[in-house]
Structure formats: C-alpha cells, structure tokens
Write a new protein. Sequence first.
Length: 475
Amino acid sequence: MFPLPAVRIFDPMTPELEQPTLQEQFEAVILTEDRLAIRAFLDDQLISDVANLVDEYPDYQGQIIANMSVHRAASVFKILDLSIQKSVIRDLPPNTTASLLNELPADDRTDFLEELPSNAVRELIKLLDPEERKITLSLLGYPENSIGRLMTPDYVYVYPWNSIEEVFTTIRKFGKDSETINVIYVINDKGELLDDIRIREFILNPPDKKVSELMDDRFIALRPEDDQESAAEVFKMNNRVALPVVSKSNKLLGIVTIDDILWVTAEEFSEDMQKMGGTEALNEPYLEMPIFRLFKKRIVWLVILFMGELLTASAMAYFEDEIKQAVVLALFVPLIISSGGNSGSQASTLIIQAMAVGEITIKDWWRVMRREIISGLLLGSVLGLIGFFRIYAWHVFAPGIYSEHWAPVGITVGITLLGVVLWGTITGSMLPLLLKRLGADPAVSSAPFVATLVDVTGLILYFSVAYSLLQGTLL
C-alpha cells in the first residue's frame, strides 16, 4: 500500500510539468473508494496505460480490472503477462471472472486457459456461457502449439449472391463482435470457403454489385493442425493481417489474426534464445519462476555439457605422454579449444537465425556447407597466422621459451588453428540443419553444445598434428 498523497488540484491550463502523473492521479482516485469515479478514470485511459498500472500496483490488480467496463477490462487482461493474469483471476469474485472470461476473444481465452492446471481449467470453464464453453473446449482439443489453439470463430462471412449493400448490412450487424473486419470471407451454403476479400474492395465498388463479381477464387488458408511457428512464415510471406483456418473438407472453421502471430513469434524467439544459451525454455518470466524450477530447467543441460567436457579430460589423458615430453604444447590448449568453440558458436547462431526467418531451409545444406568451408578456411588462416607470429614474436623478444624448436611449434599451432576453426564452422552450421531434418528443434544445437563438441575434437586434432610434426624433435 502507499500513503495518502498530498491533495493536488488538476488544472488543464497549468503548464505540462505541473500536471500530476498518471500514477499520482490513480493513487488519488483509488483512495476515494468511489467506484463511479474509479471507473470513469480507468475507462478514460489508454489500454496500455491501464495495463502498466496493473503491473505497477500489485495490491490493486483485481480492483482495477473489476472497476472497468467489461469490454475494456478484457482488452487490458489479454495483454498482461501470464503471472499477472493468474493473480488477477485469483483476486476477482466469481461473477466478475465469468463476465471477463466470456468477454475475452476465444483465442486469447484458450491461450490463457492452456497455461493453467487442469483442475483450474475445469472450474473456470464452468463459468462460461454454453456457447463460449463449447468454443473453448473445441479449441482446447487441438494439439498444443497448433493453429487451432489460436483461431477465433469471430469473423464476418457473406455469400457469393449477396450484393455489396447486403455485405455492409452484415458488417454492421456482426462486425462489432468480430476479431477483424479488414477481410470478409465468402462461403457457400455448405460452409466451404470460396474466397477472402479485403474490405477496401467493397468500399470502392457500387452497392448493387454482387460479391461473386469481386471474387478471384485465390486465397491462402491454414489448417488447424498446422504449427504456429510455420504459420508465422505464411503471414510474413503473404503480408496478411488475418488468414482463414479450414478443415480438410475446406469448411471455414475460424480465422487467425496477426496480433496472435506476433505473440507466438515473440515467445518462439525467447525460447530459441534460452535454448541457444544452454537451458530449457522458460515458460514463465524469469523473476516469477520459483528458484527450484529454474534450477531444474538449467541443470539438465549443464550436466549434459559437463559430461561432454569430461571427454576433453579423457583426450588430454590419452596424450599424456606427449604433454610430458613437450610441456609447451599444453600452453596452447585453451587457445585451440576456445578458437574452435567460438567459430562453431558463431556458425551455429548464424544458421539458426537464418532458419528462423526463413532465409535457408534443409535443401540449402550444400550451399551452406560450401560457404562455411570457405569462411572456415579464411577465418582459420587469419587465426593460424596470428598464432604463428605470436610464437615467433615471443621467440625474438623472450628467447628460450620455445628453444630452437619454435618454428615447428608455431607451424603446429597455426595448422591446428586452421583445422579447428574450419571444423568448428562446419559443425556449427550443419548440426542445426541435421536436427531440423530429424524433426528436432535446431535451437537445441546451442552455442555451448557446439562448443563442447568442438573442444573434444579440437584437442584430438591438435595433438595429432603435434605428433606428426614434432616427432623426432620435441616428441
């Protein structure tokens, strides 16, 4: 709670800097406990500003939503973070919860319910009106992360024989409850989708013209079983604000709008970034997640990576005799493995990002490999030369460190850097494509995973080159 603020008189004629902030106005009005004044204040604010107030004043979250008109309350609720949505629902009385859930668009309601425990979902579904309950249960029946979970049955449809004047009558009658009226859908008497027509086509043509005269029979539709992430690519490639969802028999089931796809894209990006960092995807905000659950999300990958790094120790043990004979070789182990890991991580990140935005597909694997071979040779040559000249410089300015064998050691390090960087770029670029081909998430080939793999193989390469070039001298 906050203390009662000093009374301030709001005067629209005073300079802007002297006006009370939104927070100050809210604190003043909420403490009056005048429900009409609170509702008038909240309904006069932007939806995004009210959402910020809900976030900033956790003690008043339920009160804010409860004191708004139900339509605006639903608009605020659907843009809140999941953890705040749960808190709001806990604070609201059952009748207000029922009104809020019934007012929410079906896709947003489904998106919220699928994040709750099954017992909570059962209780909340009981609060829905029969028709809304039927729609929600239908959407929840589709696979998780499918387009069926995102689609809404709230859209405007017309028939080919309607005139444009009749279309506008339909829009005026049903458009208020529709998710969008930017696109009007044309169906036949069997409910099959025939076309989708932008609203501008109706506006720019005479009222007596028939819908059939505007149809070109070209439309793009999604299936309810389609993956949400792949649907985002369809939206991007076709520059659409909404797409219809049809059954296998081409029956129009609902539509998906761009705002839902943007949420999906943001969530997928966050998950990919977390996986690329070597952790499981977090399903809740970082600060809201219980520490033990966060531990479980992170420990699995850490153990896997640790077990991988144990192979590095095994590789070192295998070449123990060579290290004893030429201790100088051990000085460059961190240099070798970090260079290979860094190049692999670079390549992995670039390929995963390119796949995410649709720039490359599995079919492009050979083009990717050719480019990465060239890149690896160029990058490895630069690092190899730097490594060689580093050893040469130390020999000149600090003679005795590498004795008279500085040149073979320098060549060994240079060749190994070329090889390990080349191997790192190939591994980092091919592994995401291989995982995609196997049906796994490419983001699983995270930078730490690629780095661990290249560390082990880099050590084997390093000591193999050293054994070949230094045999008879240092070895």
